[in-house]
Design a protein around this ligand. Structure first.
Ligand SMILES: C[S@@+](CC[C@H](N)C(=O)[O-])C[C@H]1O[C@@H](n2cnc3c(N)ncnc32)[C@H](O)[C@@H]1O
Length: 238
């Protein structure tokens, strides 16, 4: 029987970190065979260290893809006290890992995923694969998927009880545009609604944008031991 597949985040970056991490370590290990210059010998240690760091980062992205993503998803969804009637929005849903598992907590509510499906951000990233995963997880009737940009959401103000967004907003290059995406989250959240935004990078800037928009920041901190990878998350209430 076919199983759901939620893909690997930034697959080319993950692969390149692993490959170059190994190559750079080999170069560092070979340097002493060609020179007795003390500076170059010290440099070889630095080169090896650089390779080790790259390999650790690449491997942690792989481990996140097979374990951490699901531990983090379960941790985040367990923070909501579900009634079953919630409207949930997953921004940058990709293959739907958050949208689909939020839908499993719903009875009358709806879980909506939006994305622009950038191939470089997630392996096998497509709306078809998100629908396929929803079918395989038996939640097709509780989800809806839209082509929508995080910076200009096609939803009315105060539409959602829960807004989630994992590893999406950092893909927007410009800081001002990232702020726009945070303001959109603030806009579509219902009063007392909760948003959780996860990233590879610290989320403190997002926390400032949410505060500026009048939301209460519950926390903005790292979750490395849950994700088995670089992971920060900001949690806010409107
Ligand atoms: C690293 S993937 C993560 C996907 C999913 N949240 C997960 O955890 O598996 C980032 C997602 O954000 C989407 N994305 C990037 N920029 C976006 C934007 N401006 N609006 C909506 N989605 C965007 C990408 O297409 C991709 O699906």
């Amino acid at each position: 029987m076919q199983k759901p597949n939620y893909g690997f985040d930034a697959p080319a970056i993950m692969r390149n970190m692993i490959i170059f991490g190994i190559i750079i370590q080999i170069i560092g290990l070979l340097i002493p065979n060609f020179t007795e210059n003390i500076m170059l010998l010290y440099l070889s240690y630095l080169v090896i260290l650089g390779g080790v760091i790259l390999l650790i980062l690449g491997t942690s992205m792989y481990i996140y893809g097979i374990y951490g993503k699901f531990r983090m998803r379960d941790f985040i969804l367990s923070k909501i006290i579900w009634k079953g009637n919630e409207n949930v929005l997953d921004i940058g849903t990709g293959r739907g890992v958050y949208m689909i598992n939020a839908a499993k907590h719903l009875t009358t509510g709806k879980s909506i995923g939006i994305d622009i499906w950038r191939a470089e951000d997630l392996s096998g990233n497509s709306i078809e694969n998100a629908y396929l995963n929803a079918e395989l997880e038996n939640v097709r009737d509780k989800i809806e998927i839209r082509n929508d940009d995080a910076r200009k959401l096609s939803f009315a103000d105060n539409s959602f009880d829960v807004v989630l967004s994992m590893f999406c907003i950092h893909n927007i290059d410009d800081k001002a545009e990232q702020e726009k995406a945070c303001l959109e989250i603030a806009r579509v959240l219902k009063p007392n609604g909760r948003a959780m935004i996860g990233e590879w990078i610290p989320t403190h800037d997002y926390a400032k944008y949410f505060e500026k928009a009048g939301l209460k920041v519950i926390n903005s901190k790292q979750y490395f031991s849950t994700a088995y990878s670089l992971m920060w998350m900001v949690e806010v209430v409107k």
